[in-house]
Design a protein around this ligand. Structure first.
Ligand SMILES: *Cc1c(COP(=O)(O)O)cnc(C)c1O
Length: 429
């Protein structure tokens, strides 16, 4: 098949797919399948690409952990200079375990509970992005109780028209659960200025993921700028504007590349107009192209006029195809040269368990290895143990070196937290 998303970091040598200088066959032999493999080089390139696009603008890039929260990946990004962006107490824990200082962590999310808010205040995170008046009031009481002042960003829903490849990844349009509705924004800002224990430090938006054009950013930035002027007149001293994530990634040839110039012009103008530092929360853009999921073909089957390749990775390992109808290029690690039209499906007992449908691709036989490309973001992190399938391993490659950074889960791990012999509490006494 054509090269598609293959690039310098994922290329064939002597007919075999390599990640940087390491053969995918070697990794599969030593670590088994399914396994996620990440290229450190791609992550470095992506980080530098975005940071150079924004070089004229005072800014900080905060990697969004929900895209890939492996601590080795996080450490790599931290060493490049990234901060972290987390949406749960668990992600805050992971970020700190990976060495991020609290002052380099943003805490967001639509449903933080009281415990998580308390953890964020106690840690002293850089910014808590608040999504409702009720959350702001709860945070104020928690901060007061702890004798602290929480630096707060208000995540505004600018209610712009957002076009994404799947409805589940649009977040900044009217009526979405995310953010403070535009009409309530000023009212919330006034509350933030009045409430004890709160410093209104930022305005924030996150419009969605895989945004094909910069238009939504332009419209969102206009609204944020307008609101910033109003809250400043009301007495706020904003330190940051946070424009969220959303930069697109190319999953197949022909997908849009980010318009870095257009993007930098919009977000740079916003930072300049508001006199603040720009915060960016990229997730997918930093890691998607860094990863492949290696899997092995178990069987071929012909059924109902269709040809199936049944492989040892399923929807529990990579949910994106079934959850978002997402396209991931799939190649044989050692192509035979023949092609076929295949449904690539996993072992999970669900008809929705597929990695590709009706796909013209390398023909594959039982025992062959395949690579599911662009799987570094929203891959392992969305996995589950459904069907009691142990989670896959994760490997990082750096030049000629590779390391297992998450061991393959074992059967014993599947029952570790369970009690087969219940310890009863008696509610009748
Ligand atoms: C998911 C998310 C991001 C990252 O989005 P990408 O499209 O992966 O860049 C950033 N900020 C918030 C608040 C998010 O929920």
């Amino acid at each position: 098949m054509g090269e598609g998303v293959l690039d310098a970091a994922f290329a064939r040598r002597d007919g075999v797919l390599h990640c940087e200088d390491v053969s995918a066959e070697r990794i599969a032999r030593e670590v088994g399948t399914p396994t996620f493999v990440y290229s450190a080089r791609v992550i470095r390139e992506r980080y530098r690409r975005l940071s150079s696009a924004l070089s004229g603008i005072p800014h900080q890039l905060h990697f969004t952990l929900k895209a890939n929260s492996n601590r080795a990946v996080l450490t790599l990004l931290r060493q490049l200079g990234a901060g972290a962006d987390v949406v749960s107490g668990g992600e805050l824990f992971r970020a700190q375990q990976a060495g991020f200082a609290a002052r380099d962590i943003l805490f967001g999310g639509v449903g933080k509970n009281a415990l998580e808010l308390r953890e964020a205040v106690l840690a002293g995170v850089k910014l808590i992005n608040v999504e409702s008046l009720a959350e702001l009031e709860l945070l104020s009481s928690i901060a007061q109780e702890l004798g602290a002042t929480a630096a707060v960003g208000l995540r505004i829903n600018p209610e712009v028209l957002v076009k994404t490849p799947h409805a589940y990844i649009a977040t900044g349009a009217k009526g979405h659960k995310f953010g403070i509705p535009w009409d309530d924004a000023m009212h919330c800002a006034e509350a933030a200025l009045r409430l004890p224990g709160i410093e209104l430090a930022a305005l924030d938006m996150h419009l969605g993921s895989q945004l094909a054009t910069v238009e939504p950013y332009r419209m969102g930035a206009e609204r944020i700028a307008e609101l910033a002027a109003r809250v400043t007149r009301a007495g706020a001293q904003l330190r940051y504007v946070d424009v969220g994530g959303g930069l697109p990634v190319s999953y197949q040839s022909g997908d849009p590349e980010p318009d870095f110039e257009g993007y930098a012009a919009i977000v740079g103008a916003l930072a300049r107009e508001t006199g603040t530092e720009l915060l960016v929360e990229p997730g997918r853009f930093f890691v998607a192209a860094s990863g492949v999921l290696l899997a092995r073909v178990l069987y071929r089957k012909h059924s109902g006029g269709k040809d199936y390749a049944i492989v040892d990775a399923g929807m529990n390992d990579l949910l994106r195809p079934s959850h978002y109808d997402a396209y991931h290029q799939i190649d044989a690690v050692r192509p035979s040269g023949a092609t076929a039209r295949l449904d690539v499906v996993g072992p999970v007992c669900e008809s929705g368990d597929f990695l590709a449908l009706d796909r013209e691709m390398d023909d594959v036989s039982p025992g062959d290895l395949i690579a599911v490309h662009t799987a570094g973001a929203y891959g392992y992190v969305m996995g589950s143990t459904y069907n009691a399938r142990p989670r896959p391993a994760e490997v990082v490659v750096d030049g000629p070196k590779f390391a297992v950074v998450t061991a393959r889960e074992q059967y014993a791990d599947l029952v570790r937290l369970e009690q087969s012999d219940p310890v009863w509490s008696d509610a009748s006494c």
